[in-house]
Design a protein around this ligand. Structure first.
Ligand SMILES: Nc1nc(=O)c2c([nH]1)NC[C@@H]1CN(c3ccc(C(=O)N[C@@H](CCC(=O)O)C(=O)O)cc3)CN21
Ligand SMILES: O=c1ccn([C@H]2C[C@H](O)[C@@H](COP(=O)(O)O)O2)c(=O)[nH]1
Length: 277
């Protein structure tokens, strides 16, 4: 993932010091894009060890429509704990908007079903996308995540916002807009998650995985991640792992962590960093 390391270097070289909601402070650039061909391997960083289980289970959790951390915790994932209420609630964020976007007549729309239907029946459509920016439920930036949840809003507004898909020559590509990107902690997760989702959708729709493209808006490095970023940039990327899906689940909603087999993942050691809440 040379492209990812180049983005980190770009932020170090060109970033402007900006304050942010969490009070941590960042170096930030605006509007960047990188791409990765899934034929070249699964884009899980080799320059630091990533917890693939957190990434895969978070995606399975989103697709299930769940917005409570209980299932995540039961499955070894703690990355959402800081934003949840004492009962584990996060408000109507990703999973709710992806699979049960509320309609004015009291019903819901499953945007993932729509994407699968397009990929199978209208793959040349230029409208194959889903997104989570449901303005009615966005949090009030002046309130804490937990107080927003208690008011029926999302704990955090979506960061990975808009997923668009494209089919050509039997290959499925995807492009993701991330409005705000924690480039050291969040972006490696978002990149691997997009690659995994694209591979799962390709399997469900009899397509081959193509390219993934990541577009980041406010692309930042938190001031308390600078040492970690420099450590990572001193390392050289090695061969990417390969992802195999061991069975074909009945639908996009039926994948389990055990279905994913990652081979050849030999990362350099984990680099710990505090998450900005
Ligand atoms: N500041 C911030 N950055 C994010 O990336 C982020 C948020 N907030 N809030 C919502 C979600 C939660 N996400 C997170 C949260 C924590 C880690 C994190 O601490 N990762 C550690 C390992 C933790 C683990 O997998 O158990 C890492 O070293 O990658 C990653 C993504 C992505 N999002
Ligand atoms: O999937 C995710 C979720 C969150 N982030 C990061 C981006 C920002 O650092 C924070 C969100 O804060 P805002 O003030 O709402 O922008 O979380 C991410 O990179 N990826």
């Amino acid at each position: 993932m040379k492209q990812y390391l180049e983005l980190l270097q770009d932020i170090l070289d060109n970033g402007v010091a900006k304050s942010d909601r969490t009070g941590t402070g960042t170096l930030s650039v605006f509007g960047r894009q990188f791409r990765h061909n899934l034929d070249d391997g699964f884009p899980l960083l080799t320059t630091k060890k990533l917890h693939f289980k957190s990434i895969a289970n978070e995606l399975i959790w989103f697709l299930s429509g769940d917005t409570n951390t209980r299932w995540l915790k039961e499955n070894g994932v703690s990355i959402w704990d800081e934003w949840a209420t004492e009962t584990g609630d996060l408000g109507p964020l990703y999973g709710a908007q992806w699979t049960a976007w509320p309609t004015r007549d009291g019903g819901t729309i499953n945007q993932i079903d729509y994407v699968i239907d397009c990929l199978r029946n209208n793959p040349d459509s230029r409208r194959i996308l889903f997104h989570a920016w449901n303005v009615e439920f966005l949090p009030d930036e002046k309130l804490s995540p937990q107080d927003n949840v208690r008011a029926g809003r999302m704990a955090l507004p979506p960061c990975h916002l808009l997923y668009q898909f494209y089919v050509a020559n039997g290959r499925l590509s995807s492009q993701l807009l991330i409005r705000s990107s924690d480039s050291f902690l969040g972006l490696p997760y978002n990149t691997a998650s997009l690659a995994l989702l694209t591979t799962m959708l390709a399997q469900q729709c009899d397509l081959e995985p193509g390219e993934i493209i990541i577009c980041t808006g406010d692309s930042h490095i938190y001031s308390n991640h600078l040492e970690q970023v420099r450590e990572q940039l001193s390392r050289s990327p090695t061969t990417l792992p390969r992802l195999e899906i061991l069975r074909r689940p009945a639908s996009i909603y039926d994948y389990r962590f055990e279905d994913f087999s990652l081979s050849g993942y030999h990362p350099q050691p984990h680099i710990a960093a505090p998450v900005a809440v």
